[in-house]
Write a protein that binds this ligand. Sequence first.
Ligand SMILES: [Zn+2]
Length: 418
Amino acid sequence: MKNVLVVKGHFIFTPTPDAYAVYENSCLVSVDGKIAGIYPSIPEKFKGCPVHDYGNRLVIPGFVDLHLHAAQFLQCGMGMTSKLLDWLGDYTFDLEREFQNRAFAREAYTCFAEKLVACGTLRACIFASSSTAGTQELFEVLKEKGIGAYVGKVNMDRNAPDFIIETTKASLMGTKYLIEKYQDEKRVKPIITPRFAPTSTEELLKGLGALAVKYHLPVQSHLSENLDEILWVRELFKGAENYSDVYFKNNLFGQTKTVMAHGIFLGEAERELVKKMDLMLAHCPDSNLNVRSGIMPVRTYLDMGLKIGLGSDIAGGHKIGLNEAMVRAIQLSKLLNLSNGKLKPLTVSEAFYMGTKSGGSFFGKTGSFEKDFWFDALVLEDDSMIAGRYSLEDRLEKFIYTGDDRNICARYVEGEKL
Ligand SMILES: [Zn+2]
């Protein structure tokens, strides 16, 4: 017997970026976690199956966060007057050191995971720390939570304090250990994670690229976030044509599924390479503002056909709810529009699409309520005065702009209620 669930409520999602699909007072049927369809009433053959009736509440796809650092969660909202490279030195590395202690790692990662799920993120690409044992704790904590995630042990073998870098060999061996331990997990899987080019030797990058190809694993890292960083990469990798080429030459740039955070200052050749290699870019607007990196030219990239999802980039970003990233992405696109009227600001549906279906494509079919997508969903609880007065689109926009974990009353991953 298949596992069938009927969910009743108002369904709203974005099959395409330009508009919402809206199903008022409808019944969504999930069979073995995948969506069979949305109907005006329960189809005959599903009558008698379990029903979760949410009445006048909105049901939306779960959020997909394409870039965040679990080991930085405790420092959210601190050091926000520094620029990127100083902030890493003054705050981040000291905290990441603590994750070598497994008990500390478990406690801090539990805190992180609880808040992440509470705020509606049901799929995420996550950096842990350079500690193999600590990263193992993050895998275990996330498995218990039931969400889908790619988790990366952070690889660094130079240009960071001795207490968090490893030898090239140790970094690769720890990564291989975690791959072999977790590669067959159902929802929480390994991802190859060089922190970024400057903290990696060419030898480390080569070794990581080889692991990605050998085990068919996805890759995540940072790309072209900050102008000082780009100059530094140019100095360190004299043979490379540009920042992207450092990863590309080492099989870390689309040879397997790849998500790169930021990509703010990509030149023409790099943009073309991103497109050709079918890379996903994680736009992290809060972080880009906080550590004064810059503003991603999102409209220009979208017009070129680049794939963009959203990241909270905890703790460069200070808010873990991905709806905050949607708002900031819209606001920054308005700033760009003020200086160049040809760059149309993002609409709310475009930002919502980036944080659900677009980012979701990195995980397969999630982030939308189309047929055969996983039923990954959030049920929203809004004020009854609002619910009676405004359209479903208005209610969703209000949640995106003003909502948080208190407005989410249920969460589903692959048809299972968490
Ligand atoms: Zn980051």
